[in-house]
Every structure is written in C-alpha cells, then in structure tokens.
Design a binder for this molecule. Structure first.
Ligand SMILES: C[S@@+](CC[C@H](N)C(=O)[O-])C[C@H]1O[C@@H](n2cnc3c(N)ncnc32)[C@H](O)[C@@H]1O
Length: 268
C-alpha cells in the first residue's frame, strides 16, 4: 500500500460513520477537524438514537411539524422517520449518499442528494414545503452570515406563505485557549465569532472542508431577516446527560415569514 502524504482521501466520512455503526451494531467515533488543526471526537450514537434519547425541547418543536416537510441535512433520517410515522410527507435532503441510503432503508421514499445551498434549484418545481427542519444543530449548515442569508432566501422561495423553519442551533464557546484564538481571528476578519471551517474524518477518509456556524439567537435573527424570516419561540436546552452546571449552549427556535412590507427583500 502507498503512503499518502497528501492527506486523507476525500469521501463520505459522515455517511461511513453512520453505516459502520449500524453494520457493527455499536457506536463508532468520527473526528471533527477544524481549520486550525483542532480535532474533536464525535460519536455516532447522537445521530442514531430514537426519540427516547432526544431533548424534550426538540420533541416539542417536532410537534409543530405537519404537511409537507423538508428535512435539511437529514443524516440517518431519525427526524424524517419520526415525522413520516406521524402522517407528514417528508423529503430528506443530504449531501451524503450513504446517509440517504440509511434514510431509504428506514422507509423515507423521497430522498434528495444535494447541497442545501442549491435548495431553490432542487425544489423550485416541486410543491412548496410547509415545514423545514434544521435539526441536530443544523443551523450550523448556514455556515456564515452571508451564506446563511442566501440559504434562507432560497428556502423562502420553496416554502408556503405560512411555512415554519424548525431550527436547532448552538451558541459559540470561547472558553478554551484554542477557541479564544479562533474567535479572535474571526472577529479580526469581520466574521461572526462562531464561523468555522471544518471537515469530518472517519478512518482514512475525510469530507471536503465546509463552513459551519455556531451562532446565538440574536445573530440568527440578523442572518434571517434580510431573507424574509423572523425568529420566535427561542428555547434554551441542554442535551440529556450534560452536567447540570454546563453552560446553556443549545437552543431551538421557530422561524416564520416576515409580514409583507417588513420583508427586507421587498425593499430593494
Ligand atoms: C450534524 S448531522 C445532523 C443529521 C440529522 N439532522 C440528525 O439530527 O440526526 C449534519 C448532516 O448534514 C449533512 N450536510 C452537511 N453539509 C450539507 C450540505 N451542504 N447540504 C446538505 N446536507 C449537508 C451531513 O451529511 C449530515 O448528514
């Protein structure tokens, strides 16, 4: 076998992690690598557990889902399958072929391989969605302020007037020395403190580098408004099993379309 000084082979590392965990019937660990070299372990169990392991805030949010639902970054399809079992018409969108294969095996028929940044092209000709899910901290997929506004603008285009985005986000933390340096570098470049560039590694395989965003609800509101969305119903929560004294970093939020006339997109 040849050594590979150019680094890991590009591939579907996240989907491989999920598939391997299901095949081996035990949790397996992938690694999240940040652009400054920080590497953190990330277990598969958090993406494959059923509703008994979900935070009450997420279950409550899912109670708002009905009709035609777009599950963005659906992963192994845990939320898609839950809602399909409750009479929702679910479309799972993901850029991981292996994750979508798991969704299909769970009975999700409408699985779309694609990038959230291409939602308008992917769904312009479909019936509009009534609900959009950004769960499993998938507010992170907004990536940055500008990219996030563009994604939300596209979601505005492919959803009904009374649509809701059911979102889960996570605030940035700057408690460690590395995080503090990363946040400081972001601020110096005019970026939000929680903008990251990262990739997922599993075994010898890595995804491409992609932008990821930790943001607080007020930052999310500023990203959403120019795209015609308002944030409401913010609820802070901790993941089950977190120490009670751990900082409250996670939150759920509902985004609804701005009233006509207050939509920043219509003023320009
Ligand atoms: C953190 S996982 C969450 C999965 C799922 N929502 C859950 O909670 O179990 C993020 C998912 O988003 C997908 N993803 C990442 N970047 C994406 C992109 N640009 N477009 C579509 N899906 C993406 C990944 O493949 C992965 O399945």
């Amino acid at each position: 076998m040849e050594l590979n000084p150019a680094g890991p082979e590009l591939g579907d590392a996240f989907g491989m992690q999920l598939s391997e965990s299901l095949r081996l019937e035990r949790p397996v660990v992938a690694y999240v690598e940040r652009s400054d070299g920080l590497i953190s372990p990330s277990g598969s169990a958090q993406w494959l557990g059923d509703e008994e392991s979900w935070p009450p805030a997420v279950l409550e949010l899912l109670g708002r889902a009905s009709g035609r639902v777009l599950d963005i970054g659906a992963g192994g399809g845990r939320h898609s399958a839950y809602l399909a079992g409750r009479s929702c018409e679910v479309t799972a969108l993901d850029n991981s072929p292996l994750a979508l294969e798991i969704c299909r095996r769970r009975g999700i028929e409408d699985c779309v391989l694609g990038d959230v940044g291409k939602s308008a092209d992917l769904f312009r000709d479909s019936d509009p969605f009534q609900r959009v899910l950004l769960l499993g901290n998938n507010v992170g997929l907004l990536g940055s302020a500008a990219h996030g506004t563009e994604i939300l603008r596209q979601l505005h285009e492919v959803t009904t007037e009374d649509a809701l985005i059911l979102a889960e986000g996570r605030r940035p933390v700057a408690a460690t020395e590395e995080n503090h340096a990363y946040v400081t570098a972001n601020r110096a470049r005019g970026r939000l403190p929680g903008e990251l560039l990262m990739r997922i590694r599993y075994g010898t395989i890595a995804t491409s580098w992609f932008p990821y965003l930790f943001c607080d609800p007020s930052e999310l509101a500023l990203i959403a408004r120019p795209a015609g969305w308002e944030i409401s119903e913010v609820k802070d929560f901790r993941y089950p099993g977190s120490p009670p004294a751990a900082p409250l970093l996670s939150y759920t939020a509902v985004l609804h379309k701005s009233a006509p006339g207050t939509d920043a997109r219509s003023t320009g």
